[in-house]
Design a protein around this ligand. Structure first.
Ligand code: SF4
Length: 284
């Protein structure tokens, strides 16, 4: 969606770019540095380390930091698993405290610091309207986001081809996780990842499934919510506060489910609902 206004930005404003290690934030960093005309010293890039990223994501941040623009790593107070332990449950699409604690709060603290030091700050994100219904509603410029300053989404009308092209143009490879079957890059796995991504992780990175299984046992909580799979894949059960018995899938159930259906047989027909992606712009 095109913007209905373009604000007056002071010449000395600092442009903060949140980088996730994913394709869109990589594209916006490349565009800001090489094509926006904004002097490099006015560009400030950060990466929120959730403590639950794949090694290839850390490698991608290093590549971008070395070859495109220095990226500062922000650490939340508690990493993904410490947060889950603290809350005695994993986050879910209904209780998505992960994005807020792992990404939004550390970025807000950083933007506060920039505002104190430089006064005028613009938060730049690589969100594109083509990615989801929710993101299609976002404007190129707005003040209504989670950050404490104006938000700018210069790639809002970009297509995936534009994202691939700018990486190729400046000789920056994309995160290897895409080649391995990930559609989005973030926590590995993300609580909102798709069925085919779970299947791909189980096949190519079984150690991540082992990690989740161990954490489920440690916390006594399932990584995915009951709605993630049909009930026939629920091997867990508990009694809720109302005294009702509810069932849910453990990670091994979710993996079993991920190996079923048309997609597992190589067809990508959309026969089952998938979780919606986050529109905050903090998680790819
Ligand atoms: S990538 Fe997924 S699990 Fe990680 S903070 Fe974002 S929504 Fe939560």
């Amino acid at each position: 969606m095109q913007d209905f206004f373009k604000p007056d930005i002071p010449d000395d404003a600092i442009y903060h770019v949140g980088v996730s290690g994913g394709k869109d934030s990589g594209a916006v960093l490349l565009w800001m540095v090489h094509e926006s005309g904004i002097p490099r010293h006015q560009i400030n890039a950060t990466f929120c380390d959730t403590g639950h990223e794949h090694d290839w994501t850390y490698a991608q941040i290093e590549t971008l930091s070395k070859h495109v623009h220095p990226i500062e790593t922000l650490k939340p107070k508690l990493g993904f698993f410490e947060l889950a332990e603290n809350k005695q449950r994993f986050p879910s699409s209904e209780a998505r405290f992960c994005t807020q604690n792992l990404k939004i709060f550390p970025t807000q603290d950083h933007v506060r610091y920039l505002l104190d030091a430089y006064k005028h700050v613009v938060a730049v994100s690589g969100v594109r309207s083509a990615e989801s219904y929710d993101r299609a509603k976002l404007l190129e410029w707005d003040y209504s986001g989670n950050l404490l300053c104006i938000a700018w989404r210069p790639l809002i009308t970009w297509k995936i081809e534009d994202v691939l092209a700018i990486h190729a143009k400046y000789g920056i490879p994309m995160n290897k996780l895409y080649e391995a079957g990930s559609e989005r890059v973030g926590c590995f796995p993300c609580i909102m990842c798709k069925k085919k991504e779970i299947r791909s992780i189980a096949i190519k990175f079984p150690e991540r499934i082992d990690l989740i299984r161990n954490k489920e046992r440690e916390f006594g909580s399932s990584f995915f919510t009951p709605g993630r799979t049909p009930k026939r894949f629920h091997s867990g059960s508990c009694v809720n506060k109302k005294g009702e018995t509810v069932t849910f899938p453990y990670i091994d159930d979710v993996v079993k489910w991920s190996m079923t259906g048309k997609r597992a047989k190589g067809s990508y027909l959309d026969d089952e609902p998938e979780p919606v992606s986050c529109s905050s712009g903090f998680c790819e």
